[in-house]
Design a protein around this ligand. Structure first.
Ligand SMILES: C[S@@+](CC[C@H](N)C(=O)[O-])C[C@H]1O[C@@H](n2cnc3c(N)ncnc32)[C@H](O)[C@@H]1O
Length: 489
């Protein structure tokens, strides 16, 4: 593969908004598909684009997760480092930008993207992404897409791909934003949503959660396209964060006493992780576990703790390690059997008992001192971890999840003893899933929010201290929400 075929300037996974590709780049002249490569040639000369296309296809056809499909595919096909980087950039980038690419493709094709054959749409998405969001030479973006279409669907379909991509290439990314995004003056959130390739309802949810700081919305949206740095948790009682940073070459995290940040690399290959001294866990999630174990109780801590939504077990493992030091015990509830198995694996050798039951009707005896409700949620705070997730979620998902969250929080409040504490958390900043659920519990059950500024000193927080909203652009963590609630005596 020649150098101009590769994205320049950016590393795979680094942020790029849907704007500002140098003006003046134009597509190839004429409607005729470039001649040349057949199926064998595509496989031989363009394994990166073939792999990226196969990832888009798996997501579209099987509802697969791009970040789970791609690594196996790269291994199986033995792509070299450069092709693997290109395949990753294209597969993840086109997945993140999907909705906006579809709007551009629909305009260029003169019909809704949903009416274009899926396999052709995959190729058009890949080609448009290269044209609008990378520095791949336009002729290479179009020619490789046309070759791919011709090798599988024949000359007629290849001509369609050529015609559409040629029209896409007639405008720069910024010009497409001007053409298709809602005007910034009348609909600033809609405009930013298009510019940064998010569904508007998600951008609106972020803006609502930012409140007075909605001016940071562009930064928040941009952070969803950035590759998150890897955070390790130093297992309490096994190793300190200082020692872990020393042996891994990482840096201690700013907020959690257990956190170590790595620059990159595969954490699964680290001896400390393989030997169970450390795990991979976002620093925000570590703070959830820490807040629960630090929350002041009224009366003696009887050391009975409960994790009501435990799968796959990241927070249960941290709670279990702290419980071991504190002489406490943890019950972990997870209704999905394979996720419950994961909890058992991650908490092996720790004082944790796993119950494969529904948290709403767990049948457990009450009287717990500390209960964690890390509720099932839309996951809008962790979009950077799953490239296509922003397009998979629907606004209609929210109501059902909120109902479940309220039921789980009610069950937790029932199971905690008077004077004990429930920690409610989500990896979503959507206000319906966060402060509204907490306010509902305060109103219905008279629970008292603890001051999170006292609970987590040193963690910058906004608001009145009744809850914490973390943000990737501010804290470098997922956008975790948490509130600690004491049950009245
Ligand atoms: C956000 S995840 C929890 C992540 C986990 N705390 C960790 O740190 O690894 C939410 C979990 O709640 C589980 N869940 C869904 N419905 C539930 C219910 N009715 N009762 C208890 N857990 C439930 C999901 O299967 C999922 O594993």
């Amino acid at each position: 593969m020649t150098e101009p075929d590769r994205p320049r300037k950016r590393e795979s996974g680094q942020p790029r908004k849907f704007v500002k590709k140098s003006p003046g780049t134009r597509g190839p002249k004429g409607n005729r598909p470039p001649q040349g490569a057949g199926p064998r040639a595509i496989d031989a000369i363009d394994p990166a684009r073939r792999a990226a296309r196969d990832v888009l296809k798996a997501v579209r056809e099987r509802d697969a997760y791009a970040n789970l499909v791609l690594p196996g595919l790269l291994r199986e096909r033995k792509l070299d480092t450069r092709d693997a980087a290109l395949a990753t950039e294209l597969a993840y980038g086109a997945s993140r930008a999907r909705g906006v690419l579809d709007a551009v493709i629909a305009h260029a094709a003169g019909r809704p993207a949903a009416e274009i054959d899926g396999p052709l749409l995959d190729i058009l998405r890949l080609g448009s992404y290269q044209l609008l969001r990378t520095r791949v030479a336009p002729h290479a973006a179009v020619a490789t897409s046309v070759d791919l279409a011709r090798s599988e669907f024949g000359t007629g379909k290849a001509g369609f791909v050529n015609a559409v991509l040629r029209r896409v290439s007639e405008r720069t990314a910024a010009q497409w934003v001007d053409e298709l995004a809602p005007p910034a003056a009348s609909d600033p959130v809609g405009h930013l949503a298009f510019e940064y390739a998010h569904p508007k309802w998600i951008a609106q949810a972020f803006a609502d959660a930012l409140g007075a700081d909605a001016g940071e919305l562009a930064t928040v949206l941009e952070a969803d396209d950035a590759r998150p740095s890897v955070h390790l948790v130093a297992r309490p009682g096994e190793i300190s964060a200082e020692e872990l940073a020393l042996i891994t070459g990482g840096e201690e995290g700013p907020y959690s006493p257990y956190a170590v940040h790595l620059d990159g690399g595969d954490p699964g290959k680290l001896d400390a992780v393989r030997d169970g001294l450390a795990g991979v866990q976002d620093e925000g999630s570590q703070l959830v576990g820490r807040a629960l174990t630090l929350a002041p109780l009224v009366g003696v801590d009887g050391g009975r703790w409960l994790d009501l939504c435990a799968g796959p077990g990241g927070k249960a493992a941290l709670l279990g390690a702290i419980a071991q030091i504190d002489g406490a015990r943890v019950d972990a509830v997870e209704p999905t059997p394979h996720r419950a198995d994961l909890v058992s694996k991650t908490t092996k050798d720790l004082p944790v008992t796993v119950h494969t039951v529904d948290g709403r009707q767990s049948g457990l005896d009450g009287g717990y001192d500390r209960v964690l409700v890390d509720a099932p949620c839309t996951g809008l705070g962790a979009l950077r971890r799953r490239p296509e997730a922003r397009w998979r979620r629907l606004p209609s998902d929210v109501a059902g999840l909120v109902a479940l969250q309220k039921e789980l929080l009610a069950a937790a409040i029932d199971l905690v003893r008077p004077g004990g504490v429930v920690l409610y958390s989500t990896c979503s900043p959507h206000l319906s899933e966060t402060t509204a659920v907490v306010a509902d519990a305060v109103r219905r059950f008279g629970v008292e929010p603890l001051d999170t500024r006292e609970l987590l000193p040193g963690v910058p927080q906004l608001g009145d201290g009744t809850s914490v909203q973390l943000w990737p652009h501010r804290h470098g963590t997922d956008a975790m929400f948490m509130a600690a609630l004491r049950k009245p005596m």
